[in-house]
Design a protein. Structure first.
Length: 151
């Protein structure tokens, strides 16, 4: 599969999140061309501020592989990771992070801050942003527009 195909799978997860009245962010973790984990935001469902799509798939991939070292894994996520999720990528040694839409209010890979470039950290994932960014941004805009309309 290509980067765009993996991102389309993450978008499928974002659509599932939307259908569950969750902020529509989806993610997948890939290792050697195989999707190890897929998921979406579950903060509303779990009543937990930490259950972002990235956290879910990192946890699932670690459990599946029996290790917290994901150094041969790549993360695809529809929105630029926040500080918590960027930190989880560093801590779990994710190799590459591919994201769709940029997040000018909370993104911690390329916009608000660039955590992966901080020399003080002991691991520095590569990052690649803007993959299917229009589609990834559109589902978020649609979700928040529907929330404002229903108020």
């Amino acid at each position: 599969m290509t980067e765009k195909e993996y991102m389309k799978t993450a978008l499928e997860e974002a659509r599932l999140a939307f259908s569950q009245d969750e902020v529509p962010i989806g993610a997948v973790i890939v290792r050697n061309g195989e999707i190890l984990a897929r998921g979406h935001n579950l903060r509303e469902t779990t009543h937990s501020g930490i259950w972002h799509a990235e956290m879910k798939v990192i946890d699932e991939a670690c459990r599946k592989l029996g290790t917290w070292h994901l150094d041969d894994c790549d993360l695809y996520v529809t929105l630029e990771p926040c500080p918590m999720c960027a930190g989880a990528c560093i801590q779990s040694r994710i190799r590459n992070v591919y994201f769709g839409a940029y997040d000018p209010k909370g993104g911690s890979v390329a916009t608000v801050q660039r955590m992966f470039r901080k020399k003080a950290y002991n691991h520095h994932p590569s990052s690649h942003g803007g993959i299917l960014k229009e589609e990834c941004a559109a589902i978020l805009k649609e979700y928040f527009k529907s929330k404002r309309k229903n108020k």
